[in-house]
Design a protein around this ligand. Structure first.
Ligand code: PMP
Length: 413
């Protein structure tokens, strides 16, 4: 009965790994998927995650019961605190409804399904370009996807004027998807001053912010600095949605652990919103998995231990250890940017490559076109998405000269 089902194309991002896996060349490099690799090119399980897992395993009262529909309560509280800040008024006033979801993607989807049922505006404006899954998630949830200008290929920076014009033209009440930091795929973020202008414009037009935070701590190495855009919007007392992922910043990719928070106008509203989120989640996957959320809660809980105690056991504090490991990952990526820039400068590769060091987060939007990308894959076995995005986290000191040779050759063709 399924004989007429057409062969579907590979996912544009995950398909890069499928092609990479098929290539027998020893020179091959995978810069497609945004997953952190060590200097040795290996996936990394953070030490603090291993410690938390050991603690969980040794806990005799640990069970495998179902979590509630909304997930692990501690995890939800701690996640909201992590992104909105411990001193957030919205949290203190109990105006935030948080539910544990299946990583960033699941949080976006649950948020979108909720909006499609309970919000009066269907239009969601997403940046042009954006992470390839965004339009699919929102369309399938029943929202109507529109774009706003974001990236300027000429400057390889933000098209701030275009962004303001497009948001200004958006219908009042429209939803706007914002990358909290480390915009994927461009690595281009607004400055704090620009964020403030975006905030003012959006609030004046009653546009509803839907933040996607997949890289908190990964951009700058500092969890608070990477949450500043979000906190600016929450501090003004207005509403917003927030999809959080622990895939990158705790390296919990396959554990699928994330959270959706909806900041509401009052505690009463937050209670009702949470009750409706349950109705969205229950028929989709019933309730979320327990293991990843328990790891995150164990690590984050350590930050709320009494300060004097933390001082005494400074070296044992898990939260602190996490921030150090996170900073090390962010710093390694920043150093890869510098090394790639230096390697291209040393080769005298034509063009201005300063965007490699200016862009932020896991990816560099190189500006290489489709033909140049396919040349690099064919001749140099370098795998990346066809839009010229490379994952800086997949590079190391050994692969940088090879990549620089490939870019140099592609540009000089
Ligand atoms: N949003 C953005 C911008 C992303 O880059 C990603 C991961 N590539 C996600 C959301 C979701 O990732 P996950 O579902 O693995 O948390």
């Amino acid at each position: 009965v399924f004989a007429n089902v057409a062969q579907a194309p590979e996912d544009p991002i995950l398909g890069v790994t499928v092609a990479y896996n098929k290539d027998p060349s020893p020179m091959k490099v995978n810069l497609g998927v945004g997953a952190y690799r060590t200097e040795e090119g290996k996936p990394l399980v953070l030490n603090v995650v291993k410690k938390a897992e050991k603690m969980l395993l040794n806990n005799p009262s640990r069970v495998k019961e179902y979590l509630p529909i909304t997930g692990l309560a501690d995890f939800n509280k701690l996640s909201a605190k992590l992104i909105f800040g411990a001193d957030s008024r919205a949290i203190q006033e109990n105006r935030v409804a948080t539910v544990q979801c299946l990583s960033g993607t699941g949080s976006l989807r649950v948020g979108a399904e909720f909006l499609a049922r309970h919000y009066n505006e269907r239009a969601i404006f997403i940046p042009q370009p954006t992470w390839g899954n965004h339009p699919k998630v929102f369309t399938l949830a029943g929202l109507s996807v529109k774009t706003y200008r974001y990236y300027d290929p000429k400057t390889r920076g933000l098209n701030f004027q275009g962004l303001l014009e497009d948001l200004n033209m958006a219908p009042s009440g429209a939803i706007v998807l914002l990358h909290a930091c480390a915009h994927n795929p461009t690595g281009v973020d607004p400055t704090l001053d620009q964020w403030e202008q975006i905030r003012r414009l959006m609030r004046s037009k009653s546009l509803l912010p839907f933040f996607d935070s997949a890289y908190q701590g990964f951009a700058s190495g500092n969890l608070d600095a990477d949450a500043q855009s979000v906190r600016m919007f929450v501090a003004d007392g207005g509403e917003c949605l927030m999809a959080q992922s622990y895939a990158k910043n705790m390296g919990l990719y396959g554990e699928r652990v994330g959270a959706l928070s909806i900041v509401c106008e009052s505690a009463d509203v937050a209670v009702k919103v949470e009750s409706q989120l349950k109705l969205v989640i229950r028929p989709m996957y019933s309730n979320p998995p327990i293991h990843g959320a328990s790891i995150v809660a164990t690590i984050l809980k350590d930050s709320s231990v009494d300060k004097a105690y933390v001082f005494l056991c400074f070296l044992r504090e898990m939260y602190h250890e996490w921030t150090i490991e996170l900073k090390a990952m962010a710093n390694r990526i920043i150093s890869m940017r510098q090394q790639l820039f230096n390697a291209l400068s040393a080769r005298g590769t034509p063009g201005d490559w300063s965007h490699i060091i200016k862009q932020i987060g896991m990816f560099t939007f190189t500006g290489l076109n489709k033909e140049q990308v396919s040349f690099m894959t064919r001749e140099y076995h370098i795998y990346m998405t066809s839009d010229g995005r490379i994952s800086m986290a997949g590079l190391n000191t050994k692969t940088i000269p090879h990549l620089a040779d490939a870019i140099h050759a592609a540009v000089n063709r």
